[in-house]
Design a protein. Structure first.
Length: 203
């Protein structure tokens, strides 16, 4: 198999980006880019640590990632499975990347920066939902921001309801857990109880 092993080979294959692909990248949150973040109910958070890479979904009501100023974002850590893979990485390596998605919009927004975790009581309380504050907030110092054109979402037809997959056509979480644990955890009881458990522990 032929491999690309040098930047020179890569650039010879792809050439140079057009101006529109480079001028869109800035080091701050412009009014246009702010609008995307304020409208986004979902983002993927990428981190890196000694054990390797991690990419984790993050979602809440639109604007759940707070814009503190033109160079700072704040992301509350809502309840989850307590693996804290992303947070473990941030404690040891502050480099992060985020990809924001907005339902129905094909452009996405990419943010790269450096992060730290804050447990300041007043900051945590400011993110409380239903009187439940997050245990930490990821504070991101923005280093670069740019939009990604819509080709990937257009090709995938991600927002087309006609392309939605019936969840029953795929293995359920309970089935996966049961298979991997020799039935110690998971199974039909897990699947039956999960919606109620999630509703009670959303925040």
């Amino acid at each position: 198999m032929s491999k690309i092993t040098t930047l020179a080979d890569l650039e010879a294959l792809y050439g140079q980006p057009v101006e529109a692909a480079t001028v869109k990248e800035v080091d701050r949150l412009t009014p246009h880019y702010r609008a995307y973040i304020e409208a986004a109910p979902f983002a993927a958070l990428a981190t890196s640590g000694p054990e390797g890479l991690d990419c984790s979904p993050r979602g809440d009501k639109p604007g759940f990632v707070r814009i503190h100023d033109d160079k700072t974002l704040m992301l509350p850590d809502r309840r989850g499975n307590n693996r804290v893979d992303s947070l473990r990485n941030i404690v040891r390596n502050p480099q992060v990347a985020m990809l924001f998605l907005i339902p129905g919009v094909t452009n996405t927004l990419r943010v790269n920066g450096r992060a730290h975790l804050s447990v300041d009581p007043e900051l945590l309380e400011s993110f409380a939902v239903e009187d439940k504050a997050p245990r930490s907030v990821t504070v991101i110092a923005v280093e670069s921001v740019y939009f990604q054109c819509g080709r990937a979402l257009i090709r995938s037809e991600l927002w087309d309801p006609r392309r939605h997959v019936d969840p029953k056509s795929l293995p359920s979480a309970g089935q996966i857990l049961a298979a991997l644990s020799e039935n110690r955890v998971g199974g039909t009881i897990y699947d039956r109880e999960w919606p109620g458990r999630a509703a009670k522990t959303m925040w």
